[in-house]
Write a protein that binds this ligand. Structure first.
Ligand SMILES: CC(C)(COP(=O)(O)OP(=O)(O)OC[C@H]1O[C@@H](n2cnc3c(N)ncnc32)[C@H](O)[C@@H]1OP(=O)(O)O)[C@@H](O)C(=O)NCCC(=O)NCCS
Length: 170
């Protein structure tokens, strides 16, 4: 009926819009490292993230009201890219932040000529796998006992992307 308010296509997107995705700076390294230490059992160090700021890899953060909520790191060589790290602080999960970070990094990689993107994920990490699969990634290989603390297989995911960063069929 005409009196009904217009339907919102996706409530989550409205929430994700509160977060600004931008390139990380040296000032973000401490906050990113703090999230990393909580999220991963085998975390990257502050020095690792500092290197990412100066080395030219793609390093983005999601920020809301001055707080870093999540981050993503990816690198590219010719037309191949790899997502090296992705983390979202517990308090900001399931609001679309992880998806927005991956979408933003794929857009940047696509704009720089990357046409295929790989990443590794723990076999048991169903949340991350679901996120990546929803963005067009699919399993192409496994690496036995790839991770430590605890030892676990890695699943290698791959997505073919276009210039705008969205997954394409190939
Ligand atoms: C994986 C991670 C980055 C997801 O971040 P997030 O901001 O919560 O992700 P989003 O809100 O964008 O989720 C998008 C979709 O992914 C899937 N998903 C994400 N987390 C999930 C979970 N814990 N369980 C099941 N599905 C999940 C869902 O389909 C979700 O959509 P929905 O909320 O509408 O159901 C976050 O949980 C995290 O930092 N985990 C620890 C670190 C990690 O695993 N990094 C990836 C290593 S490769």
């Amino acid at each position: 009926m005409d009196a009904l308010p217009p339907r919102r296509p996706n409530g989550r997107r409205a929430t994700a819009a509160l977060y600004r995705i931008r390139p990380a700076t040296a000032a973000d390294v401490r906050d990113v490292t703090a999230i990393e230490r909580v999220v991963f059992s085998d975390p990257w160090s502050q020095g690792d993230f500092g290197e990412c700021v100066v080395s030219g890899v793609t390093f983005l953060v999601a920020e809301a009201h001055g707080t870093v909520a999540g981050y993503v790191v990816a690198h590219a060589a010719a037309d191949e890219g790899e997502i090296l790290n992705l983390g979202v602080a517990e308090a900001h999960r399931r609001r679309g932040v992880g998806g927005a970070l991956v979408t933003a990094v794929l857009a940047r990689l696509g704009a720089h000529g990357v046409r295929v993107v790989y990443l590794e994920v723990r076999d048991s990490n169903t949340g991350a796998r679901r996120l990546y699969e929803s963005l067009g990634f699919s399993e192409v290989a496994r690496r036995a006992r790839y991770y430590r603390r605890p030892v676990e297989d890695a699943v290698v995911l791959r997505a073919a992307i276009g210039a705008a960063g969205a997954a394409v069929r190939r």
